[in-house]
Design a protein around this ligand. Structure first.
Ligand SMILES: [Zn+2]
Length: 229
């Protein structure tokens, strides 16, 4: 036979020391072709060179795996950072109140407190008692307290729109909060789904790589066994 020369090191060998192209997996053929272009079905390779390429292939598989895990880590850190930015964004939005908004909030919260009711009734009683007894001789608002009536209706008229303003503000705040919740929920849902996909992908990928490495190990075992015989 003319073709008893190793394709890689170009040295002559005996028939049983060579491996024909048909007995080599596609991935290893690709590796050989990368370094020594022109490999075809008729080519043969000596066992030493074949082992070198086989080891190279296994190293490549393991390194790919390492790269996969590093990529995954990077993506998780990236998404965690993005999540933080999302939360800061909405809290800033709720804090950007105008002067009028802040005053209406404060007036509404004071108007809805016991402090206001107690102060209001104290003034009312003082007013009525003052004008009935102490200023009996010269009251500035005699019975039936028309000025007090006017002031009370003014307070009621002003208080209603202020409370409504504050309620509108509260509504806007609630809406922003609800939107934020929705965004965070959506994001975590998407994240969980992509994580699922990543895990599935990793499992499948790792599984097929493990099977490839195992096939090579069985090949090596068979070689050793045939040598012992
Ligand atoms: Zn060789």
């Amino acid at each position: 036979m003319v073709n008893n020369i190793c394709f890689v090191c170009k040295k002559p060998f005996r028939e049983h020391q060579l491996i024909s192209a048909l007995g080599i997996g596609n991935e290893i053929v690709e590796l050989i072709n990368e370094k020594y272009p022109g490999w075809d079905d008729q080519s043969k390779i000596c066992k030493n060179d074949f082992n070198i390429f086989r080891m190279k292939y296994i190293t490549q598989l393991v390194e790919e795996e390492k790269g996969n895990i590093e990529n995954l880590e990077r993506e998780v850190i990236k998404s965690i950072n993005e999540n933080e930015i999302l939360t800061i964004d909405t809290s800033l939005k709720t804090d950007s109140l105008t002067f009028g908004d802040r005053i209406s909030d404060k007036v509404a919260s004071f108007g809805g407190s016991w402090k206001f009711i107690i102060a209001f009734f104290s003034v009312l009683i003082l007013w009525i008692f003052g004008n009935s007894f102490y200023l009996y001789l010269k009251p500035f608002d005699p019975y039936p307290f028309i000025l007090l009536n006017l002031i009370l209706s003014c307070v009621a008229a002003i208080q209603a729109p202020i409370i409504m303003m504050s309620q509108n503000r509260q509504e806007v705040k609630d809406r922003i909060r609800a939107e934020n919740d929705y965004k965070v929920n959506l994001k975590s849902e998407i994240e969980i789904r992509t994580l699922h996909e990543k895990v599935d992908h990793l499992l499948l990928d790792q599984w097929s790589k493990m099977m490839k490495i195992q096939a090579i190990q069985i090949e090596i075992l068979n070689e050793i066994r045939s040598k012992i015989k």
